[in-house]
Ligand binder design. Structure first.
Ligand SMILES: Cc1cc2nc3c(=O)[nH]c(=O)nc-3n(C[C@H](O)[C@H](O)[C@H](O)COP(=O)(O)OP(=O)(O)OC[C@H]3O[C@@H](n4cnc5c(N)ncnc54)[C@H](O)[C@@H]3O)c2cc1C
Length: 825
């Protein structure tokens, strides 16, 4: 059962039936196929390039699929190309960066000078434009047509579409959905996918699920005929010039025959209360004859269309006439404020409810991504795993604090404001902060911590207190973009870690406790490494999906026979473990992150610092590498684990949140004679890359198997069955088609940020995942996915950074202390 026959519901019906799930019913409260939802009036611009690989791939599939669709001989996608123009130097630089992103994700585009921009789009005032980025495969989707064309294919395969059926509730038994209730009766159902667009929260509430999106109104207007366009476009073709973005002014444009359509994000966020949105039946009589054509303002025609607020369009209209001077001879003829969905992080919401099995959502999806999302959802439902990595879009990615209605509202509104902004990859949210702080927060503020934010946590990136460290002077500078959210102090913290000892706040990393008589068998099945080891052992292991893709990497400490502490990556790990719990109650999983805290104490003097504080033996013999034990450090009870993500001797020291400040003070005071420093994430990231330690979500995702990612050492094929094992049979590092490779840039000061394309023999061949300057090795590091043949040490490559080709060499890893002498001593 699919709820909603907008573009997403229609695309999903096609993708499901194509995979043999032909018993599909689509329930729609409005008429077909101009239902009254967002798709009914979307102008349908499809710009593929996105900083997310997943989103770009969704868009590229939409382009490919809709380009091949027609409805009664009419086009569904017109490849007029997409042109983004820069009117500021910052945007021009950003377009260079965007060219890199597009190349990384397989979209071909060209940077243009003002002349070339004006040649492509003659309405542009070339004096306004500093340059542009052109993607020839971008274009216009006819959302209602593409929806209907896909629905017809689904209907041919057995699907049915029921208009004027309003879903009012769900029935369930034993935690599973069993039926959909509508105003026309109930329909039995084993799988329900809510594709209700911005109505998602309302449908979610019926299923006991908080769907964290906010409906916001967005202005769209059309001009009177533009004399310069007279005779250029037939009604049938609608447009011939590229779709256009003027992001410096939050505006976009397309042709409608001889008129120009203008979309504006240059207004205040206008959140809409779902209770104020009319039911389509209320407005059905007033639905326009040609549903894609908004009628003369200000009468709204559909539930998702609100009256045009002219006062919000004054500046956008002036800006539009400045960019496209021909508009000065036109007027705004019609317009509306259309409603669609925004989320806290700008990504869609895809996945199954954690509490009601069989209830799925696919919401907050643009027309641009509709076919790609539908394909991923169909793979997920029919095959069990989407073939595209969807962790950024997973419904269950949020922490509890991120589901607070106030948070969802504020962040979603801010996302509307920032939709066309130039965003630095490290840029944190500004509000609401602080949300989550570790017990060390007060101390960190006293030491001048520069905080960035992640999943609500305040995380120090460096400390101003370290500004006078002698090492600061040795840290080289870097370019303007890479200098943002960075300080040479971070370099000094990294060097001090290698030379003396440093305290890192590791509290924000998710910790789960797995307990119960079935816990060993449970974790053995869900992960790849051998966990059946004596109490006190710690193991690095991987969670795979059925296809052998890495869902997460974990550090599992066996703290008791039936008690494990799992160092995880985030909320999705908790969700995955919870979903796989046996029904017999023999295993419990609990998130212990908030009630506990952790300091990573690392550096050659770590033992000198910690041993005098405890009666326990912290010698190399008495406390081996990858071992855990309980100890008292002065007054503080800790679980100590001898691990190091930075490649130095040391321990992760866990205690309960109430003892956090005492732990901090104890280590800080004991460390003074040894020159202890506090150090932040920025240093940490550099040190981990020097050691080649991967970060899940950045260096690898579910798209990659362990052998490609250089993590084959964490897979024990002989240990017995585990999830994903079948898919790895016969796979070795020698057979994989691609590898995560370590690059060193020729220019040590050329620090890149991640996601840049990598060229081999002048052709795009891969992309950077993580990058950092390695302070101890004095070189600039970038990890990158490359075809296996190009991943051998010594291969010369280039990395494109803001349009420049930076030479680099694939290098043997790890770059620092390959014999592990510093850790194992
Ligand atoms: C002005 C404007 C311009 C836009 N421009 C673009 C653009 O250029 N490019 C782009 O990619 N995107 C654009 N978008 C966004 C895009 O339109 C939407 O993201 C997309 O159409 C959402 O599709 P959907 O199928 O999820 O939702 P919808 O099309 O809204 O479909 C949801 C369906 O669910 C039905 N439904 C809801 N509740 C119930 C119920 N209780 N029972 C039964 N049925 C129910 C609704 O009637 C509706 O038909 C624009 C949006 C607006 C408003």
């Amino acid at each position: 059962m699919i709820v909603g026959a907008g573009i997403v519901g229609c695309a999903l019906s096609d993708e499901l039936t194509a995979r043999g799930w032909t018993d599909v019913t689509v329930l729609e409260q409005g008429p077909l196929f101009a239902t009254g939802g967002s798709s009914s009036h979307a102008p349908g611009l499809v710009f593929q390039t996105n900083s997310s690989k997943t989103m770009t791939e969704f868009a590229s599939y939409t382009v490919r699929k809709y380009s091949g669709l027609t409805l009664d001989g009419q086009w569904c996608f017109r490849q007029v190309g997409g042109l983004e123009v820069a009117t500021t130097p910052e945007r021009l630089a950003e377009l260079n960066r965007k060219h890199g992103l597009a190349t990384s994700w397989g979209v071909s585009g060209t940077l243009l000078d003002p002349e070339q921009c004006a040649d492509l789009h003659p309405l542009l005032d070339r004096d306004q434009v500093l340059g542009g980025f052109h993607v020839p495969t971008d274009g216009l989707a006819k959302a209602v047509r593409a929806g209907e064309a896909q629905a017809r294919r689904a209907i041919e395969r057995g699907a049915r579409f029921l208009p004027h059926h309003t879903v009012t509730g769900f029935e369930s038994a034993g935690g599973r959905v069993t039926a959909v209730v509508t105003d026309q009766g109930s329909f039995p159902a084993d799988v329900v996918v809510s594709c209700a667009g911005f109505w998602g929260p309302k449908i979610g509430r019926m299923a006991g699920l908080a769907v964290p999106l906010v409906p916001l109104a967005h202005q769209y207007a059309r001009t009177t005929p533009v004399p310069e366009l007279a005779g250029h476009n037939t009604d049938e073709l609608e447009a011939s010039k590229p779709i256009l973005r003027h992001q410096d002014r939050d505006l976009y444009y397309r042709e409608h025959g001889d008129r120009i359509g203008i979309g504006s994000y240059a207004h205040r966020p206008m959140p809409v209360d779902l209770d104020d949105v009319a039911h389509p039946s209320a407005g059905a009589a007033r639905l326009p004859a040609t549903p894609q054509t908004p009628q003369t303002l200000p009468t709204p025609q559909m539930p998702s269309m609100l009256p045009f607020t002219e006062e919000d369009f004054v500046q956008p209209w002036a800006d539009s006439q400045a960019l496209l001077p021909a508009l000065a001879r036109t007027k705004v003829e019609e317009g509306f404020n259309g409603i669609f969905s925004f989320t806290a992080d700008g990504f869609p919401l895809l996945g199954e409810s954690p509490d009601l099995r069989g209830f799925w959502v696919a919401e907050a999806v643009w027309v641009t991504h509709s076919a790609g999302v539908a394909r991923a959802m169909a793979e997920w439902l029919v095959e069990g795993t989407p073939r595209t990595d969807v962790h950024e879009c997973d419904l269950n990615r949020f922490e509890p604090v991120q589901l607070a209605p106030a948070y969802v509202h504020e962040r979603s509104c801010q996302n509307f404001v920032e939709v066309y902004d130039i965003l630095h990859p490290l840029q944190p949210m500004e509000q609401p902060r602080p949300l989550r702080v570790s017990p060390f927060h007060t101390r960190q503020r006293e030491l001048g911590a520069f905080f960035l934010e992640a999943t609500g946590w305040e995380r120090p990136h460096w400390y101003e207190a370290n500004k006078d460290l002698p090492e600061v002077a040795a840290v080289p500078g870097r370019g303007a973009w890479a200098s943002r959210y960075w300080s040479p102090i971070a370099g000094a913290e990294a060097l001090a870690t290698r030379e003396r000892v440093a305290m890192y706040d590791m509290t924000a990393l998710k910790r789960l406790e797995v307990t119960g008589p079935g816990s060993l068998a449970f974790l053995q099945y869900l992960t790849t490494n051998q966990l059946d080891k004596p109490v006190g052992s710690v193991t690095y292991t991987l969670m795979l999906d059925e296809t052998g893709g890495v869902r997460s990497d974990l550090t599992v400490a066996r703290l008791g026979r039936d008690r494990f502490q799992v160092g995880a990556n985030g909320a999705l790990d908790l969700d995955w473990l919870t979903r796989h719990l046996p029904d017999d109650g023999t295993v419990q999983v609990r998130d212990t992150t908030a009630g506990t805290c952790c300091i990573g104490l690392w550096g050659p003097l770590a033992r000198d610092l910690v041993q005098p504080l405890t009666d326990e033996d912290f010698s190399h013999k008495g406390f081996g590498y990858f071992k855990a034990k309980h100890a008292y450090l002065d007054n503080v009870p800790v679980t100590a684990m001898r691990l190091s993500y930075v490649g130095e001797l040391g321990w992760e020291l866990y205690t309960t949140a109430d003892c956090g400040p005492k732990l901090w003070d104890t280590l800080w005071e004991a460390g003074q004679p040894l020159g202890v420093v506090v150090a932040g994430r920025s240093a940490f990231n550099s040190l981990r890359l020097e050691k080649g330690y991967r970060s899940w979500g950045t260096d690898l995702t579910a798209e990659h198997n362990p052998f490609e990612a250089g993590l084959g050492f964490a897979v024990r094929m002989e240990k017995g069955d585990f999830l994903g094992r079948q898919a790895l049979l016969g796979v070795t590092e020698a057979t994989v088609p691609r590898r995560l490779a370590c690059l060193l840039l020729d220019d040590p000061q050329a620090v890149v940020m991640g996601k840049e394309p990598v060229y081999v023999d002048g052709a795009p061949a891969g992309y950077v995942t993580s990058a950092a300057y390695g302070y101890s090795i004095g070189a600039s590091i970038a990890y990158a996915w490359l075809p296996r043949a190009a991943a051998d040490p010594g291969t010369r490559v280039t990395v494109e950074y803001f349009g420049e080709q930076l030479p680099a060499t694939v290098t043997e890893e790890p770059l620092f202390d390959p014999k592990m002498t510093r850790i194992r001593r």
